[in-house]
Design a protein around this ligand. Sequence first.
Ligand code: SF4
Ligand code: SF4
Length: 248
Amino acid sequence: MNTAPDIRFDCTGCGKCCTGHHVPLTLDEARQWTGSGGQVIVLAEAFLASGPGLPAEQREHALRRSWPVPCGSTEVHVAITFAAFNPGRCHHLDDDNRCGIYEARPLVCRIYPMEINPHIPLRPEAKDCPSEAWQSGPLLIHGEQLVDRRLAELIERSRQADRDDIRGKVAICQALGIDTSALKGNGFTAYLPDTRALAQALERVGPEGEIAPWTLHVQDPGLYAQLEACGARVRSEGADYYSFIGFN
Ligand code: SF4
Ligand code: SF4
Protein backbone atom coordinates (compact mmCIF):
# COMPACT_ATOMS: atom_id res chain seq x y z
CA MET A 1 0.00 0.00 0.00
CA ASN A 2 1.27 3.45 -0.92
CA THR A 3 1.63 5.67 2.13
CA ALA A 4 3.32 8.64 0.45
CA PRO A 5 1.55 11.82 1.56
CA ASP A 6 -0.42 13.94 -0.89
CA ILE A 7 1.27 17.20 -1.82
CA ARG A 8 -0.71 20.39 -2.41
CA PHE A 9 0.85 23.53 -3.82
CA ASP A 10 -0.11 27.17 -4.18
CA CYS A 11 2.61 29.59 -5.38
CA THR A 12 2.90 32.58 -3.04
CA GLY A 13 4.73 34.72 -5.60
CA CYS A 14 7.70 35.19 -3.28
CA GLY A 15 10.15 35.29 -6.22
CA LYS A 16 12.78 33.14 -4.53
CA CYS A 17 12.90 30.68 -7.43
CA CYS A 18 13.81 33.64 -9.68
CA THR A 19 16.84 34.53 -7.55
CA GLY A 20 20.13 32.69 -7.60
CA HIS A 21 18.89 29.93 -9.93
CA HIS A 22 20.32 29.20 -13.35
CA VAL A 23 17.23 28.37 -15.43
CA PRO A 24 17.71 25.61 -18.03
CA LEU A 25 16.64 26.80 -21.48
CA THR A 26 15.65 25.11 -24.71
CA LEU A 27 17.62 26.26 -27.74
CA ASP A 28 14.72 28.50 -28.81
CA GLU A 29 14.58 29.98 -25.32
CA ALA A 30 18.36 30.50 -25.31
CA ARG A 31 17.99 32.50 -28.55
CA GLN A 32 15.34 34.68 -26.92
CA TRP A 33 17.38 35.01 -23.72
CA THR A 34 20.56 36.16 -25.45
CA GLY A 35 18.42 38.35 -27.74
CA SER A 36 17.20 40.25 -24.67
CA GLY A 37 20.78 40.70 -23.41
CA GLY A 38 20.67 37.85 -20.92
CA GLN A 39 23.80 35.83 -20.20
CA VAL A 40 23.79 32.04 -20.61
CA ILE A 41 25.88 29.54 -18.70
CA VAL A 42 26.76 26.22 -20.36
CA LEU A 43 27.01 23.13 -18.15
CA ALA A 44 28.40 19.80 -19.39
CA GLU A 45 28.36 16.30 -17.94
CA ALA A 46 29.17 13.04 -19.71
CA PHE A 47 29.31 9.31 -19.17
CA LEU A 48 30.59 6.16 -20.82
CA ALA A 49 27.67 3.97 -21.89
CA SER A 50 29.29 0.94 -20.24
CA GLY A 51 31.53 2.59 -17.69
CA PRO A 52 31.48 4.80 -14.58
CA GLY A 53 29.06 7.67 -14.41
CA LEU A 54 25.81 6.00 -15.44
CA PRO A 55 23.56 4.43 -12.79
CA ALA A 56 21.58 1.60 -14.42
CA GLU A 57 18.17 3.02 -13.51
CA GLN A 58 19.04 6.35 -15.15
CA ARG A 59 20.33 4.81 -18.36
CA GLU A 60 17.35 5.35 -20.67
CA HIS A 61 16.73 8.94 -19.60
CA ALA A 62 20.45 9.80 -19.75
CA LEU A 63 20.97 8.23 -23.17
CA ARG A 64 17.99 10.02 -24.70
CA ARG A 65 19.13 13.49 -23.65
CA SER A 66 22.83 13.05 -24.49
CA TRP A 67 24.88 12.67 -27.67
CA PRO A 68 27.85 10.34 -28.38
CA VAL A 69 31.12 12.20 -29.00
CA PRO A 70 34.67 10.89 -29.51
CA CYS A 71 36.86 10.96 -26.41
CA GLY A 72 40.35 9.44 -26.69
CA SER A 73 39.98 5.97 -28.19
CA THR A 74 36.41 5.59 -26.92
CA GLU A 75 33.24 7.65 -26.97
CA VAL A 76 31.30 9.34 -24.23
CA HIS A 77 27.72 10.59 -24.16
CA VAL A 78 27.65 14.26 -23.37
CA ALA A 79 24.61 16.06 -21.91
CA ILE A 80 24.67 19.83 -22.19
CA THR A 81 22.53 22.40 -20.41
CA PHE A 82 22.19 25.96 -21.63
CA ALA A 83 20.84 27.92 -18.66
CA ALA A 84 19.94 31.53 -17.98
CA PHE A 85 22.79 32.81 -15.80
CA ASN A 86 21.09 34.21 -12.71
CA PRO A 87 23.65 34.55 -9.89
CA GLY A 88 21.32 37.11 -8.29
CA ARG A 89 17.84 38.27 -9.23
CA CYS A 90 16.75 37.33 -12.74
CA HIS A 91 16.91 40.43 -14.93
CA HIS A 92 13.22 39.89 -15.80
CA LEU A 93 12.10 39.99 -12.15
CA ASP A 94 10.63 43.39 -11.25
CA ASP A 95 10.61 45.15 -7.87
CA ASP A 96 7.25 43.54 -7.02
CA ASN A 97 8.67 40.06 -7.70
CA ARG A 98 6.67 39.77 -10.89
CA CYS A 99 8.07 38.22 -14.05
CA GLY A 100 8.45 40.80 -16.84
CA ILE A 101 8.06 38.11 -19.52
CA TYR A 102 5.42 36.05 -17.73
CA GLU A 103 3.52 35.01 -20.87
CA ALA A 104 6.78 34.06 -22.61
CA ARG A 105 8.77 32.77 -19.64
CA PRO A 106 10.90 29.64 -20.12
CA LEU A 107 9.36 26.18 -19.73
CA VAL A 108 11.36 25.45 -16.57
CA CYS A 109 9.97 28.60 -14.91
CA ARG A 110 6.45 27.23 -15.61
CA ILE A 111 7.35 23.82 -14.22
CA TYR A 112 9.03 24.86 -10.92
CA PRO A 113 8.86 23.47 -8.24
CA MET A 114 8.38 20.17 -10.10
CA GLU A 115 11.43 18.22 -11.27
CA ILE A 116 12.23 17.58 -14.94
CA ASN A 117 14.44 14.58 -14.18
CA PRO A 118 12.16 11.55 -13.62
CA HIS A 119 14.73 10.10 -11.20
CA ILE A 120 14.53 13.03 -8.79
CA PRO A 121 11.40 12.94 -6.62
CA LEU A 122 9.75 16.19 -5.58
CA ARG A 123 10.96 17.09 -2.08
CA PRO A 124 9.27 20.26 -0.81
CA GLU A 125 12.02 20.77 1.78
CA ALA A 126 14.59 21.01 -1.02
CA LYS A 127 12.70 23.80 -2.78
CA ASP A 128 12.78 27.55 -2.26
CA CYS A 129 9.03 27.84 -1.77
CA PRO A 130 7.96 28.92 1.73
CA SER A 131 6.18 26.36 3.90
CA GLU A 132 2.78 28.01 3.43
CA ALA A 133 2.98 27.29 -0.32
CA TRP A 134 2.67 23.56 0.48
CA GLN A 135 -0.25 23.85 2.88
CA SER A 136 -3.09 24.69 0.53
CA GLY A 137 -4.00 24.92 -3.13
CA PRO A 138 -4.76 22.26 -5.72
CA LEU A 139 -3.57 18.70 -5.29
CA LEU A 140 -0.20 18.30 -7.02
CA ILE A 141 0.99 14.79 -6.07
CA HIS A 142 -1.22 11.85 -5.11
CA GLY A 143 0.26 8.37 -4.56
CA GLU A 144 3.63 9.70 -5.80
CA GLN A 145 1.96 10.58 -9.12
CA LEU A 146 1.69 14.06 -10.58
CA VAL A 147 -2.04 14.74 -10.99
CA ASP A 148 -1.81 18.13 -12.74
CA ARG A 149 -2.11 17.20 -16.45
CA ARG A 150 -1.04 20.64 -17.65
CA LEU A 151 2.19 20.43 -15.64
CA ALA A 152 2.79 16.87 -16.85
CA GLU A 153 2.51 18.09 -20.44
CA LEU A 154 5.00 20.93 -19.80
CA ILE A 155 7.47 18.49 -18.22
CA GLU A 156 7.19 16.18 -21.22
CA ARG A 157 7.77 19.15 -23.56
CA SER A 158 10.90 20.05 -21.62
CA ARG A 159 12.23 16.48 -21.76
CA GLN A 160 11.49 16.28 -25.49
CA ALA A 161 13.30 19.59 -26.11
CA ASP A 162 16.34 18.15 -24.30
CA ARG A 163 16.33 15.25 -26.76
CA ASP A 164 15.62 17.37 -29.84
CA ASP A 165 18.23 20.02 -29.00
CA ILE A 166 21.21 17.97 -27.88
CA ARG A 167 22.86 17.52 -31.31
CA GLY A 168 22.56 21.25 -31.97
CA LYS A 169 24.03 22.05 -28.54
CA VAL A 170 27.04 19.84 -29.30
CA ALA A 171 27.61 21.74 -32.55
CA ILE A 172 27.25 25.14 -30.84
CA CYS A 173 29.68 24.10 -28.09
CA GLN A 174 32.13 23.02 -30.76
CA ALA A 175 31.83 26.38 -32.51
CA LEU A 176 32.57 28.12 -29.19
CA GLY A 177 35.54 25.90 -28.26
CA ILE A 178 33.67 24.13 -25.47
CA ASP A 179 35.15 20.65 -25.41
CA THR A 180 35.65 19.45 -21.83
CA SER A 181 32.99 17.81 -19.69
CA ALA A 182 32.82 16.51 -16.15
CA LEU A 183 31.76 12.92 -15.48
CA LYS A 184 28.05 12.54 -14.75
CA GLY A 185 27.53 12.16 -11.02
CA ASN A 186 30.97 13.62 -10.31
CA GLY A 187 30.31 17.23 -11.27
CA PHE A 188 29.83 19.68 -14.12
CA THR A 189 32.08 21.82 -16.21
CA ALA A 190 30.70 25.35 -16.48
CA TYR A 191 31.36 27.88 -19.22
CA LEU A 192 30.25 31.51 -19.55
CA PRO A 193 30.57 32.20 -23.26
CA ASP A 194 30.58 35.74 -24.59
CA THR A 195 26.90 36.59 -25.08
CA ARG A 196 27.35 38.00 -28.58
CA ALA A 197 29.39 34.99 -29.74
CA LEU A 198 26.81 32.62 -28.30
CA ALA A 199 23.93 34.56 -29.91
CA GLN A 200 25.67 34.33 -33.29
CA ALA A 201 26.31 30.61 -32.85
CA LEU A 202 22.69 30.05 -31.84
CA GLU A 203 21.58 31.74 -35.07
CA ARG A 204 24.14 30.29 -37.47
CA VAL A 205 25.27 26.85 -36.28
CA GLY A 206 23.16 23.87 -37.29
CA PRO A 207 23.23 20.34 -35.92
CA GLU A 208 25.14 18.85 -38.88
CA GLY A 209 28.87 18.32 -39.44
CA GLU A 210 31.67 16.23 -38.01
CA ILE A 211 31.93 16.08 -34.23
CA ALA A 212 35.28 17.04 -32.66
CA PRO A 213 36.74 15.09 -29.70
CA TRP A 214 35.87 15.92 -26.10
CA THR A 215 37.92 15.53 -22.92
CA LEU A 216 36.72 14.50 -19.45
CA HIS A 217 37.73 16.53 -16.41
CA VAL A 218 38.02 14.55 -13.18
CA GLN A 219 40.10 15.27 -10.11
CA ASP A 220 39.85 12.00 -8.21
CA PRO A 221 43.02 9.98 -9.04
CA GLY A 222 41.20 6.63 -8.89
CA LEU A 223 38.46 7.76 -11.23
CA TYR A 224 41.06 9.33 -13.51
CA ALA A 225 42.88 6.00 -13.83
CA GLN A 226 39.60 4.11 -14.32
CA LEU A 227 38.55 6.40 -17.19
CA GLU A 228 41.99 6.30 -18.78
CA ALA A 229 41.86 2.50 -18.68
CA CYS A 230 38.57 2.74 -20.62
CA GLY A 231 40.40 4.73 -23.33
CA ALA A 232 38.95 8.13 -22.43
CA ARG A 233 40.98 11.33 -22.78
CA VAL A 234 41.11 12.78 -19.27
CA ARG A 235 42.51 15.87 -17.58
CA SER A 236 42.56 16.95 -13.97
CA GLU A 237 43.91 20.47 -14.41
CA GLY A 238 41.39 23.17 -15.17
CA ALA A 239 41.71 25.86 -17.81
CA ASP A 240 40.91 29.54 -17.60
CA TYR A 241 37.92 29.24 -19.94
CA TYR A 242 35.84 26.90 -17.75
CA SER A 243 35.24 25.94 -14.14
CA PHE A 244 34.95 22.45 -12.72
CA ILE A 245 32.11 22.19 -10.20
CA GLY A 246 32.66 18.94 -8.35
CA PHE A 247 30.14 17.07 -6.19
CA ASN A 248 31.30 16.06 -2.76
S1 SF4 B 1 12.10 34.50 -16.58
FE1 SF4 B 1 10.54 35.19 -15.14
S2 SF4 B 1 9.84 33.34 -14.08
FE2 SF4 B 1 11.81 32.86 -15.05
S3 SF4 B 1 13.40 33.24 -13.51
FE3 SF4 B 1 13.14 35.15 -14.69
S4 SF4 B 1 11.63 36.36 -13.58
FE4 SF4 B 1 11.49 34.25 -12.83
S1 SF4 C 1 9.73 29.98 -4.80
FE1 SF4 C 1 7.83 28.76 -4.97
S2 SF4 C 1 6.28 30.02 -3.97
FE2 SF4 C 1 8.02 31.39 -4.40
S3 SF4 C 1 7.53 32.27 -6.45
FE3 SF4 C 1 8.78 30.43 -6.80
S4 SF4 C 1 7.27 28.79 -7.16
FE4 SF4 C 1 6.17 30.48 -6.15
